[in-house]
Design a protein around this ligand. Sequence first.
Ligand code: HEC
Length: 162
Amino acid sequence: MRKHKSFFWQMVWGAMILIAAFIFWPIETDNNFNRLDISDKQLVFNGKKIYSANCASCHGVNLEGQANWEQKGADGLYPAPPQTDAGHSWRHPDQYLIDAVKNGQFENGKPTNMPAFAESLTDAEIISVLTYIKSKWSAEKRAIQRKTQEDSLPGPAIYGAG
Ligand code: HEC
């Protein structure tokens, strides 16, 4: 009887550990910096097409950004920054970039000219386009970005993506 009971609890613990592993798996993946993985050639290839269709109009065909992007325009908002080393996306961890594209960007609670793509792009497409952008950074900038990633706590992960 006793033996039977302890077997039952072993199964309960086993199930709980499995569930915990399942829940924490995506965060674990974040910590391994695999989210925007530029060695995934398919992701980069798809991302290039998504970039041309959705981002190039503002961020430039060659990711060069808009003219005078460092100064606010007549509308009181910043123009689109480059997505190359010349811009500042590489200063932010992956999760920040994913959030910026998914939800758009705000300054003091007011929307900037960076629109939200949550309605028009899937999570996998957002990850794809950002992986393409990351593939355009120099190894040096990628190393810096990797460091910011290490220092940042994982944000709310997008599940079921990529
Ligand atoms: C309508 C113009 C427009 C389009 C289209 C657009 N962006 Fe932006 N984006 C902006 C502007 C403007 C900013 C800067 C907002 C600010 O800080 O005021 C920005 C900022 C960003 C940032 C944050 C940079 C940083 O360092 O904080 C990322 C990442 C980004 N855009 C990626 C994308 C991607 C990827 C796409 C296509 C899926 C896209 N954008 C489409 C205008 C645009």
